[in-house]
Design a protein around this ligand. Structure first.
Ligand SMILES: Nc1nc2c(ncn2[C@@H]2O[C@H](COP(=O)(O)OP(=O)(O)OP(=O)(O)O)[C@@H](O)[C@H]2O)c(=O)[nH]1
Ligand SMILES: [Mg+2]
Length: 203
């Protein structure tokens, strides 16, 4: 086990908001499209093996999974949005669970909003950022799968997304990440610790 690994234990999976755990731990939540790499990023941050389940088939899990880490922070792996087969009516909306979490969960200190670095942010990614800003939740954008891009393309994407969030009061940063190489891990851990210690207040 790597010396800087972070241990964690699975607390529970919640299918409905009333099943969210009743505790006072600060929480950091992962939101993003199905298959964008939320569970992989949790595992990459922890470096203690497969704590969060990673799958090849998107949209499989519809639960919010809570993991208590020895950072004193609870990680929340939210279901992915945008999986077309979930429901036509709901396409373009977030699931009730994600909305409820983002809008009402008191424990949340920061949200990690994941966007695939290989593509322009999709309309649903932009509405997710909008809801975070509207809800007044500090958020950091993690650009995922950067190992699949050239460094120059990673830089260009980072600059593009920085431009997108430049007017957002609650945007903390845009971080290039890779669950494969560990890119961005230290930056995210730094942000998570500052969030835990309540160091983010809007400008
Ligand atoms: N190359 C590369 N592949 C990645 C990376 N992160 C995730 N993947 C792959 O992308 C796929 C989806 O990863 P998950 O972590 O399950 O994605 P998710 O966002 O949790 O997906 P849902 O739970 O369905 O919403 C898997 O095949 C991962 O191996 C990354 O940084 N680099
Ligand atoms: Mg997942």
């Amino acid at each position: 086990m790597a010396h800087d690994s972070i241990s964690a234990q699975f607390l529970l999976g919640a299918a409905k908001p009333d099943q969210f755990p009743d505790h006072s731990y600060p929480e950091v939540a992962m939101v993003g499209r199905s298959n964008v790499g939320k569970s992989s990023l949790i595992n990459a941050i922890l470096r203690t093996g497969m704590v969060a389940r990673v799958s090849q088939t998107p949209g499989k899990t519809q639960e919010a999974n809570f993991f208590l880490t020895d950072l004193g922070v609870c990680f929340v792996d939210l279901p992915g949005y945008g999986y077309a087969a979930v429901s036509k009516v709901r396409r373009g909306e977030f699931s009730t669970l994600i909305q409820a979490y983002v809008a009402h969960r008191m424990n949340v200190r920061t949200v990690i909003a994941l966007i695939d670095a290989r593509h322009d942010p999709m309309p649903m990614d932009l509405s997710m950022l909008e809801s975070l800003e509207f809800a007044g939740k500090p958020f950091v954008v993690a650009l995922t799968k950067c190992d699949k891009l050239r460094d120059s393309d990673v830089e260009a994407r980072t600059e593009q997304v920085r431009g997108v969030v430049s007017q957002c009061r609650f945007a903390i940063d845009v971080v290039a990440t890779s669950a494969s190489t560990g890119l961005g891990r230290q930056s995210l851990i730094g942000i998570i610790k500052r969030a835990r210690d309540n160091q983010f207040t809007p400008s």
